[in-house]
Design a protein around this ligand. Structure first.
Ligand code: CMC
Length: 431
């Protein structure tokens, strides 16, 4: 028998029955689409802690067990055995590519990495000290002014081309934001390099001398991109879906996603972790900061700790910690005071009653900043890196939404607690 849930309005004694929908795994959901029409009430769920906003086949998270699957594949397997292009293909198309499909996909992306020459003018309009995320929001939004030939979202070929353009240009956009901050010439991507390699090349090469991308660092970067590629209906992805639900073009939607990612509670946490570790400065000061994080009277939180969905170790954080050791070894960094502080902080927090009880574990951002810093990437670029990796997930989710026959414009309702209708007071009579 189909499962249902009965809702009883105690004030009238009326009952209402709602169907329960089951996914392939994970908690069932109560289908309340007719709730307002039948009960004349809305549901109330600020922060959407109990609300499923869409049906999706892309990413599954079991937060209690610390499981993350993309199209059914565990993140550990993907990070170990695939390159980022394969994961991008998987997220976009639902299946891993075969060897021929992989080559074609990588080539197709490579052919779109350049930015229109006029973007030089866009960059020069920013202050040199602009945050890279401010530049990313502006430049990505501006792409819609350059690619009028692919803005018809009802046309699958337009959707494909604009997806490829976004994915391909994002590393160039991010690297150029960095180059602009330094006052160095922009470096053009090279078609003989892979995705992560091209990002490192456009970040660090100069026209003055040859630059060889370190293959170990390129591999580590590739893996970091995989770890950030998608994460179900988080704030920025939901922002992309909500923006896209009105029919806005994908460049505008991804710019909206970048804006949402910027906040310190979301993608901005990787930059905040490094700033926090620097502020702690010495392992001896860790107890002081742990005490502050636990205090009700202090707004300070341990950045890189806690997650809305994971109530267990974030599986991405484990892989990130391992990658961190590999990168430091490759760069022959024997003493990393920041890593020492991070490891000790993790140890202390994981044994602390407050963090145990609230199920606060390190998340993906906890170790990534240390890796980026070791690679010579400044803290202000960390969230930009997250954005370039997450672009693939955003696009996969945006495409899934556009192709969903049930898709409607997103329009939440509210619990209104403001003034009710009152008499207008003309200016001369106002006190
Ligand atoms: N340090 C200290 N206490 C914390 C922390 C933390 N990092 N995170 C949550 N808490 C406490 C919080 O004070 C609250 O306590 P109480 O129940 O006594 O009021 C309880 O744990 C639940 O926190 P919440 O804010 O209601 O939980 P949430 O699901 O709304 O927030 C979060 C999740 C990630 C925003 C939060 O854990 C946080 O601010 N973490 C630090 C920022 C961070 O690392 N963000 C990156 C998230 S992973 C990357 C991404 O997806 O973008």
């Amino acid at each position: 028998m189909a499962k249902t849930v009965t809702f009883k309005d105690d004030s009238t004694g009326k009952t209402f029955k709602y169907p329960v929908l089951s996914g392939t795994t994970g908690p069932d959901v109560v289908d309340i689409r007719k709730f307002y029409a039948e009960t004349d009430m809305f549901t109330y769920d600020p922060g959407y802690t109990s609300t499923g906003s869409c049906e999706s086949k892309i990413t599954y998270i079991d937060g209690d067990k610390g499981v993350l699957l993309h199209r059914g594949y565990p993140i550990e397997d993907l990070a170990e055995n695939c390159n980022f292009a394969e994961v991008q293909y998987l997220l976009l198309n639902g299946e891993l590519p075969n060897a021929k499909e992989k080559v074609k996909f990588e080539r197709d992306i490579t052919l779109h990495t350049m930015l229109h020459e006029q973007f030089h003018n866009f960059y020069s309009g920013f202050r040199r000290d602009a945050h890279p995320m401010a530049i990313m929001c502006g430049v990505v939004g501006a792409l819609s002014a350059f690619y009028h030939d692919s803005l018809d979202i009802t046309n699958p070929e337009h959707r494909r081309i604009s997806s490829y353009r976004l994915i391909a240009k994002m590393p160039t956009i991010a690297a150029w934001a960095y180059k602009y901050s330094l006052g160095q010439p922009f470096i053009y991507p090279r078609n003989d390099l892979g995705y992560a390699e091209n990002f490192l090349y456009t970040m660090f090469a100069t026209p003055c001398e040859d630059y060889e991308v370190n293959p170990i660092l390129a591999k580590a970067m590739d893996r970091i991109l995989i770890l950030h590629a998608d994460h179900e209906q988080n704030a920025s992805t939901s922002t992309v879906r909500l923006a896209g639900s009105s029919g806005a073009n994908p460049f505008a939607c991804i710019a909206a996603g970048i804006a949402s990612l910027w906040g310190p509670a979301h993608g901005g946490a990787n930059e905040a972790v490094l700033n926090m570790l620097r502020e702690i400065g010495d392992v001896k000061r860790i107890p002081e900061f742990v005490k502050r994080a636990k205090s009700k009277d202090d707004s300070f939180r341990l950045m890189g700790f806690g997650h809305r969905v994971y109530k267990n170790y974030d599986p991405r954080a484990r892989i990130m910690a391992r990658t961190c050791s590999e990168v430091l070894k490759e760069l022959k960094i024997k003493n990393s005071p920041l890593l020492d502080i991070a490891m000790e902080l993790e140890r202390i927090a994981l044994e602390d009653e407050y963090f145990i009880e609230k199920k606060l574990y390190p998340n993906v951002d906890f170790y990534s900043g240390i890796i980026f810093e070791a690679m010579g990437i400044p803290a202000s670029m960390f969230t930009a890196l997250f954005a370039l990796a997450r672009t693939t997930g955003w696009i996969a989710q945006w495409r899934e939404m556009i192709e969903d026959p049930q898709q409607k414009i997103g329009r939440p309702r509210q619990l209104y607690t403001g003034k009710t209708k009152r008499k207008f007071v003309p200016l001369k009579s106002r006190k």
